[in-house]
Design a protein around this ligand. Sequence first.
Ligand code: PHE
Length: 446
Amino acid sequence: MASRGSFASKFGVLMATVGSAVGLGNIWRFPYQMADNGGDAFLLMYVICVFFMGVPAMMAEFIIGRHTHRNAVGAFESLAPKTSWTGVGYLGVFTGFIIDCYYCVVTGWTLYYLYKSVTGSLLGGTMDSYAQMFSAFAADTWLPIILLIVVVIITCGILVMGVQKGIENVSKVLLPMLFVTLIILAVNSCLMPGALDGLKFMFVPSKSNVTLFTFLDAAGQAFFSLSIGMGALITYSSYFDDNINITKTATQIAVIDLLVAVVSSLIIFPAVFTFGAEPEQGPGLVFKVLPSVFTQMKIGWLWSVMFYLLLFIAALTSFLSITEVVVAYASETFNLKRLTSSIIIGAIFVVIGSVTSLSFGPLKDVTLFDMTIFELMDYLASNILLPVGGVLISVFVGWRLDRKVVASQLKVESPKQYKLLSVYIFFLRYIVPVTVGGVFASQFFS
Ligand code: PHE
């Protein structure tokens, strides 16, 4: 079997795992969800979901990963051999595959916008011309495909370098850069004339349109944003060594992920309100609206380069973690070198990713359940596969895994800590499954 790597430092572990969590989900999905769900009420529910459901589920993945030091499938094979629990591992690899095939398309888009920002050709248009530009670009046959190939090559290149030299070193440099850029952009946005309207939009509920679905949306967003439910965190934590405190790391990641989501909203909404754009644009917000915002800003060129670089970095480090689930599984199961498995998997992503990308152009009329290929992949992964995976992983640790393993991974020793352990197990057994079950059911009844 190919030898396994491990992360070298606590800081590296934190940055790599935060790199997985912080992604497109934080920068465009969170602000959009918040806009649709009544501002600060959504924020409050999101915070509750992150800490009461997200953190326990994240810890469950860490417990499995670090205890077994195996990939997502291998972990279940060693803990529950010859049972259908291994299916949870396969489900994770499959989910990773599905997410990767559209995540590489969107990451490619960020590269295009970064390129246009660097060359200065992005600025100078109008709101309408940017909307047209985005639609024409996404519908193009070759350009998005070429860009997704570039993304896959960069990602596989980093993964081939291995866990420590690749994932850890890249995350240690890129992530802090990302935080600094975010803060500078947020301060800049909050100094704009329309900042107050933007802040009101975010934090003051305009009407009390809070329903059970608001809560369920918040829960779904928490799972996606924290990378829970497909074994990405099982795989990363299989490279943790013994001195990593699982509870502390999970809490730190949750806090950072939450802050990035809020700060991203602080960049977007004040700017959008200052320039009179419509906030409810979903995935298009970042690509259609922000260029005209940058056009009207002083030194807009610099802000646009920083923003799209940041979006690219965030997407890339998440993409890395999703791909690592598949690469680790393939190299360890079929005894392949990381180079070989990365090339094979990269090639498959390029093929399926290209078909996904074409669903904005030549294949836009190919639909199933009224969704294009791209929409279907996104829906399947985030609305079905991740919630199901998250529940199964929590249920496994809560009901099936030997309590001694959980106690030793969480370094539970004193009687007081044992009491807290029972509370934790209660969350895994009941709170997470019931809440996520609700998220899942809401897809069918809403
Ligand atoms: N958390 C990532 C984001 O917010 C997406 C992701 C989902 C990454 C699942 C890994 C696993 O963009």
